[in-house]
Design a protein around this ligand. Structure first.
Ligand code: S3P
Length: 162
């Protein structure tokens, strides 16, 4: 069975996707990686050249073309910002798993990450974090708290709920 992982930057979507994919014998698809491939440039450069709006267009395109793949799909933290993406996620064949992580944990993991254009300023990040919580909940079929848990433990918890 396929699976779609959502959650804020640094919630562990890529890591958990990598852990679960061999357990359910499906390849992992990472939307950020697909966007980078499609654009032929890294995410900060996409933001510099076409802005967040241009990045979001690419994100919707890769989500649309991937969403019903037999795969473990790791999304980017902002995928839920677009109404069209939320509709796609709600209509997906696969269950959507929200990796719920506290802001403190997120900060400890990713503050000032050069590869994340939206993670450079704590106040702006906190605003995004608060704004997005209800949107992750809105698309999620399964919610898993990830604070202070190992990737292996989180993966087992998800598997038990499928
Ligand atoms: C974003 C999260 C990033 C990436 C881009 C925008 C966001 O993915 O898609 O920098 O808006 O939260 P990760 O959640 O994998 O960091």
């Amino acid at each position: 069975m396929s699976l779609i992982l959502v959650g804020f930057m640094g919630a562990g979507k890529t890591t958990i996707g990598q852990q679960i994919s061999p357990l359910i014998h499906l390849p992992q698809q990472d939307l950020d990686d697909l966007i980078i491939k499609k654009a032929g440039k890294p995410i900060p450069q996409i933001f510099d050249e076409v802005g967040e709006a241009g990045f979001r267009q690419l994100e919707t395109q890769v989500l649309e073309s991937t969403i019903d793949d037999a795969a473990v799909i790791s999304t980017g933290g902002g995928v839920i910002m677009q109404t069209i993406n939320r509709h796609l996620l709600q209509g997906a064949l696969a269950p959507v798993v929200y990796l719920k992580t506290s802001f403190e944990t997120i900060l400890a993991r990713i503050q000032n990450d050069d590869n994340r254009p939206l993670a450079t300023n704590i106040t702006a990040m906190a605003r995004l974090f608060n704004q997005r919580q209800s949107l992750y909940e809105e698309v999620a079929d399964i919610v898993v708290d990830t604070d202070a848990k190992s990737p292996a433990f989180i993966s087992t918890e998800i598997m038990n709920q499928l």
